[in-house]
Design a protein around this ligand. Structure first.
Ligand code: GDP
Length: 366
């Protein structure tokens, strides 16, 4: 599955956000640095009203949303790239995620210690990014020697990798993240990805604000917005403590009412998940039937057999074809039979690129 890593300086609200996201209280939130030690992984259902419409039409007994994983990554401090604090562990954990959810403190509260003694989310973002850039530089420096040796031995792949590695180093030495590197074509993109740098991962800034700023943000979130725009990064405003309260309400009507009093249309969590989906360039397809309706996540541009493989590897290996109905046709024709009758069910082969919202039935050999 796809993983978003939640990072940020100590005491910015990571654990609170993670708890709210995963609706559990087991990742302790307390007012001191290094509170979160082990990375916690939480599976978070992706809210999608389309799934419930489909399930209603298909009269499904079960409805199963698709999920995104969030990893609460141990606290990062200045000096992490030198192994200070929980630095090394942090960097190892972050290497394994597909995208970075960077929580920034945008709330004022004299009772909650800020590691640098002031609320300045843009400076905080810079502190973390600097550590990640230093870690990337170090990892590249460590690889250049080996690559140079291989190039001398006539290794073509090493030669191409060395070119990209050296250009990435130049960008990093210039004080910029590796994602600022101008890659030239698919081949360089592949090589850069293989280098597994931390600063090539897409970033979503999550501005953690107080209840009063939850609807419209504040001076701090405005500063983050400017930074995010310059970096082509995503940005959402949430109040982690409000989200935690909402997560504890069982009743959906109660939740909706609470959101309304705060001037919010949907939970910040829904917005974080949506933004995470957009950041990772993911789409959803559906399977539907009387037993269950279910949503599945794939990367955009995924072909039908690989999409089927998300359900079961046998579906991919024995793939024959996919009976496909677009979401709009499924709704307009009131389900599978109606869509068939209207000629809206397509038989798609192995080259079909699955589209967001497709309702798929895979035919395969066992
Ligand atoms: P972490 O170290 O980044 O995981 O931060 P925590 O989630 O443990 O939060 C640190 C402290 O800040 C806790 O005491 C939280 O209750 C508090 N906190 C989190 N979000 C907010 C907020 O929006 N407003 C205020 N006033 N306090 C918050």
């Amino acid at each position: 599955g796809f993983k978003c890593g939640i990072v940020g300086l100590p005491n910015v609200g990571k654990s609170t956000l993670f708890n709210a996201l995963t609706n559990t209280a087991n990742a302790a939130a307390a007012n001191y640095p290094f509170c979160t030690i082990e990375p916690n992984v939480g599976q978070v259902p992706v809210p999608d009203p389309r799934l419930y419409k489909i399930a209603g039409i298909a009269k499904s007994a079960n409805v199963i949303p698709t999920q995104l994983s969030f990893v609460d990554i141990a606290g990062l401090v200045r000096g992490a790239s030198k192994g200070e604090g929980l630095g090394n562990q942090f960097l190892a954990n972050i290497r394994e995620v597909d995208a970075i959810c960077h929580v920034l403190r945008c709330f004022e509260d004299d009772d909650i210690t800020h590691v640098d003694g002031r609320v300045d989310p843009v400076a905080d973002a810079d502190t973390i990014e600097t550590e990640l850039m230093l870690a990337d530089l170090e990892s590249l420096e460590g690889r250049v020697q080996g690559l140079t040796r291989k190039v001398r031995g006539g290794d073509k792949e090493a030669k191409a990798t060395l070119v990209v590695a050296e250009r990435a180093m130049a960008v990093l030495q210039d004080g910029q993240p590796a994602r600022a590197l101008d890659v030239d074509g698919d081949e360089e993109t592949r090589i850069l990805k293989n280098l597994q740098l931390l600063t090539t991962k897409p970033v979503l800034y999550v501005c953690n604000v107080d209840e009063d700023s939850a609807a419209d943000g504040n001076v701090h979130t405005a500063a983050v917005k400017g930074m995010a725009d310059r970096q082509n990064a995503g940005m959402v405003i949430i109040s982690a403590s409000v989200e935690e309260e909402i997560a504890q309400l069982d009743d959906d009507a109660e939740k909706a009412e609470f959101l309304e009093t705060l001037g919010l249309g949907q939970t910040g969590l829904a917005r974080v998940i949506k933004a995470g989906y957009a950041l990772l360039d993911l789409i959803t397809y559906f399977t539907a039937g009387p037993k269950e309706s279910r949503a599945w996540t794939v990367a955009r541009e995924t072909r039908a057999p690989a999409a089927a493989g998300v359900i079961h590897t046998d579906f991919e290996k024995g793939f024959i074809r996919a009976e496909t109905i677009s979401y709009d046709d499924y709704i307009t024709c009131n389900g599978e039979q109606g869509a068939k009758d209207a000629g809206k069910m397509r038989l798609e082969g192995k080259d079909y690129i699955v589209q967001d919202g497709d309702i798929m039935l895979f035919r395969f050999n066992v």
